[in-house]
Design a protein around this ligand. Structure first.
Ligand SMILES: Cc1cc2nc3c(=O)[nH]c(=O)nc-3n(C[C@H](O)[C@H](O)[C@H](O)COP(=O)(O)O)c2cc1C
Length: 201
């Protein structure tokens, strides 16, 4: 059976993103083995001097016991990605981009020689080439007519960088067009159903 990692950040009571996650779980749970990472209760360690300088200074094989312990949160988060076939990232848009907690997850899992590598003469290369990602995204505003937002491109680019192609289901405009909210969510749920049919065929 395929393995799916759901990475979910839905802190708001009544979250629409949570509705999309729940729909995904309802439709996919009999098709795949799900690991659920709730970033609201297990936020990733931020990159701060005491972990960043270990990561930056040496190869993993040279880490001391103490350094391994300091990096264990990032190691575990990266291993979850390496163990998954499909990664589902569910997040609202905050301030035109990713919420800081979701960005911290990306900062944790984009790891040299684990999820990407620098290859002499080739350049940077994603190492997660056997995986696919689905992004479940909710935004208050509607960005269909070329208003700038950096959520979609940031998450796509980072998955791409580690070798993972992604598809995004966007429920955008839920605050801007409250009269259309139900339709926007229903359309997103239909897209989730179609994606599950094609990803878990
Ligand atoms: C801190 C914060 C920042 C937000 N920034 C944006 C934004 O830049 N663009 C936007 O369209 N909506 C923004 N919103 C609105 C949310 O995207 C919207 O409320 C969405 O429904 C949140 O997802 P949720 O329903 O899962 O909580 C923001 C909301 C919060 C709480």
């Amino acid at each position: 059976m395929t393995k799916t990692l759901i990475v979910s950040y839905t802190p708001r009571i009544g979250s629409y993103t949570k509705q999309l996650v729940d729909e995904f779980i309802k439709l996919a749970s009999n098709k795949t083995e799900i690991t659920f990472l709730d970033l609201t209760t297990s936020p990733p360690d931020l990159l701060l001097p005491d972990n960043l300088n270990i990561i930056w200074s040496k190869d993993e094989s040279k880490y001391t016991k103490k350094e391994k312990k300091r990096l264990s949160n990032h190691t575990q988060l990266t291993q979850q990605v390496l163990d998954a076939d499909i990664i589902v990232l569910a997040s609202p848009m905050y301030n035109f981009s990713l919420p800081a907690t979701v960005k911290a997850w990306i900062d944790a899992i984009v790891v040299n020689n684990k999820t990407f590598a620098f290859v002499e003469g080739v350049g940077f290369k994603g190492l997660c080439t056997d995986k696919k990602a689905i992004i479940l995204a909710v935004a208050g505003g509607d960005y269909s007519s070329n208003q700038e937002e950096y959520f979609s491109s940031t998450i796509k680019k980072n998955f791409e960088y580690i070798g993972i192609p992604s598809k995004q289901v966007s429920a955008f405009g839920v605050t801007q067009y409250p009269e259309n909210r139900e339709v926007i969510i229903a359309n997103a749920k239909k897209e989730i159903s179609d994606l599950i049919d094609s990803y878990y065929a």
